[in-house]
Design a protein around this ligand. Structure first.
Ligand SMILES: Cc1ncc(C[n+]2csc(CCOP(=O)(O)OP(=O)(O)O)c2C)c(N)n1
Ligand SMILES: [Mg+2]
Length: 581
């Protein structure tokens, strides 16, 4: 150690000693960490910057894990993913200016997916307000339209109070993100501990497990008990509010056909008598009662237009504003989906006849249709074609999943196709970007899922376009002992968009702005010390996946299986351009 270094470290020690003497003082960054701890946050995702370092120092004191990534977009997706996996508040901390703007896609994704994520961002000192300080931007104005709450903190005494306030806002109605800007001098300043407002854990929140109007519970119980052909669609909120067991009990108790989308995929495993997958459109045309739970009538639902006009429609949602939007409903309930479904089950139990037996024929009819639809897809799923058919990859992925594999889809056409085959085996084991459709979510989600569940396997299926967006944080996953299996459906293009271009402008002019070239991504994993391989034959997919699993488990490094798929094959939705309809 040189003399200068010694001097520096002695000075640092002195400062620390000084700090411990002034234990009645607390800085803004330490107040952030205290409030996060009180909120149950055990991990923050971040990329450093001079404006925010005092938060890290506070996290050291509070025992909060600091996961530093290489791009703020990944930090925000990881905070979202961590929240999805733990059921608690996710937290991303970014520096001022570009730190904030880089994280915006992740926050916007959480906004459209209704994930409770707190984004804390740095800002120039209040004393330099509007003077043109480094990285100064109007963060609050920028973040307001994509958050439930966006504010700046103007006094150190209020830092913890406002962190708690922003966190509370994340859980108002349907969850979502909040943004809190903390100017540098507010964050660094020390104030007497007894002057700081620190809401007491467990004393600044109400339960949000509302059942709505109790009379509506009775009405819905009546409707369900009397329905001949009921179908339920369970969406992301069912998982967000951890209402999956309530959903399962209701489906089983009343013998109802269940369909699942978004994060609710995996609520029931394939093979369960109440799990249906391929017949949603048929059920929605023929059902006499359709109950939509925790998912809006947005583009994924054809804005509600594809539901039978003869059926009685019931919508349950955490957001009052979502109920009845885009599509009339006969009954709307604003409340916690799990609590509502439990109350409806309770209200229908004990009735002389809950209609369960009567519905056997309806479920049998759907099951037969379901089986014949699967049968029709089998030739694609089993295809030996060369180049590899993307349906075959999807099928192999499904075969490969275990009860403990968290599956993440991040890509265009290949991932759309995978949704037809991949059926997660347990609740919470499916992650997708949600309604924002943001490519690049995969790496942050994978990192977060593995950190939240160190004993589970994480597999992310990427398109080659998506992989290129955020893959560098695979190194972060390796660095923090959170390795995962990356599978790439590589068609050397942004194929989902390319299809529409070719259809509209012809083959000659259709390849503009969408060809990516052939990249042997296996070498990327190898560069990071992990296992990587290229797959060009359908029969090689399964063994390659097994080797990747073994390599991740034995080396602690992420693996890449780069599968070359046929760029001329597309998903039916891509061919019909249904995403724009
Ligand atoms: C961040 C972002 N940019 C652009 C798009 C538009 N987009 C949707 S699918 C797609 C192609 C994705 O390519 P790839 O991941 O390789 O999957 P492929 O369609 O080729 O299977 C693009 C660019 C988007 N959804 N998100
Ligand atoms: Mg591609």
């Amino acid at each position: 150690m040189s003399t200068t270094t010694k001097e520096v470290s002695r000075t640092a020690e002195d400062t620390l000693a000084q700090k411990s003497r002034d234990s009645n003082l607390v800085s803004g960054g330490h107040l952030v960490a205290k409030a996060l701890k009180n909120e149950g946050v055990d991990t923050i995702f971040t990329l450093c910057g001079g404006h925010i370092i005092d938060i890290y120092d506070g996290c050291v004191d509070e025992g909060i894990r600091v996961i530093d990534v290489r791009h703020e977009q990944v930090a925000a997706h990881a905070a979202d993913g961590y929240s999805r996996q733990t059921g608690k508040l996710g937290c991303v901390v970014t520096t001022a200016g570009p730190g904030c703007t880089n994280a915006m896609t992740g926050i916007a994704t959480a906004f459209r997916s209704e994930s409770p994520v707190l984004h804390i961002g740095g800002q120039g000192a209040l004393t330099q307000h509007k003077m043109g300080s480094l990285q100064d931007l109007p963060h609050v104005d920028i973040m307001a339209p994509i958050t439930k709450f966006a504010a700046s903190v103007s006094s150190t005494e209020r830092v913890a109070d406002m962190v708690s306030m922003a966190a509370r806002e994340c859980f108002a109605g349907a969850p979502g993100p909040s943004y809190l800007e903390i100017p540098r001098d507010v964050l660094d300043r020390e104030v007497p501990l007894d002057k700081a407002v620190i809401p007491k854990p467990g004393h600044y929140r109400a339960s949000t497990k509302s059942i709505g109007d109790p009379r509506d519970i009775e009405t819905l119980a009546d409707l369900l008990v009397n329905a001949e052909r009921p179908a339920m669609l369970l969406g992301t909120q069912v998982w967000t509010c951890r209402g999956h067991q309530d959903a399962i009990d209701l489906l089983r108790g009343l013998n109802i056909a269940g369909y699942f989308n978004g994060s609710a995929r995996g609520t029931l495993p394939p093979g369960d008598p109440h799990y249906f997958n391929r017949t949603r459109g048929d059920a929605f045309k023929k059902a006499d009662l359709i109950v939509i739970v925790g998912t809006p009538f947005d583009f994924r639902m054809g804005y509600g237009k594809r539901l039978s006009h003869e059926a009685t429609i019931v919508q349950i949602d955490m957001d009052y504003r979502t109920v009845g939007k885009n599509r009339d409903v006969q009954l709307g309930i604003a409340g916690d989906p799990g609590a509502v479904m439990r109350a409806v089950l309770d209200a229908s139990t004990g009735r002389a006849d809950n209609g369960a037996k009567r519905r056997k024929g309806w479920l049998d009819e759907l099951r037969a249709l379901e089986d014949s639809k699967t049968e029709k897809l089998m030739s694609l799923f089993r295809s030996d074609a060369s180049p590899i058919h993307p349906y075959r990859v999807a099928w192999e992925l499904n075969e490969f999943l275990t009860e403990d594999t968290i599956y993440i889809g991040d890509g265009g056409d290949v991932v759309t196709i995978s949704a037809q085959a991949v059926q997660p085996r347990a609740p919470g084991h499916w992650m997708d970007p949600g309604a924002l459709g943001s490519l690049g979510v995969g790496t942050g989600f994978a990192l977060a899922a593995r950190l939240a569940h160190p004993n589970k396997e994480v597999l992310c299926y990427y398109g080659d376009g998506s992989f290129g967006m955020t893959a560098f944080d695979m190194q972060t996953a390796n660095r923090f002992g959170a390795p995962y299996i990356a599978v790439i459906g590589n068609n050397s293009a942004m194929n989902q968009i390319r299809y529409g271009q070719i259809a509209k402008y012809g083959a000659q002019r259709g390849d503009v702005g969408n060809l990516l070239g052939d990249v042997p991504f296996s070498m990327f994993a190898q560069m990071l010390g992990g296992h990587g391989e290229e797959v060009r034959k359908a029969s090689d997919i399964a063994p390659a996946l097994r080797r990747a699993r073994e390599a991740v488990n034995s080396s602690g490094r992420s693996a890449v299986v780069n599968i070359w798929v046929d760029p001329k094959e597309y998903a039916p939705g891509t061919k019909n351009q249904t995403m724009y309809k």
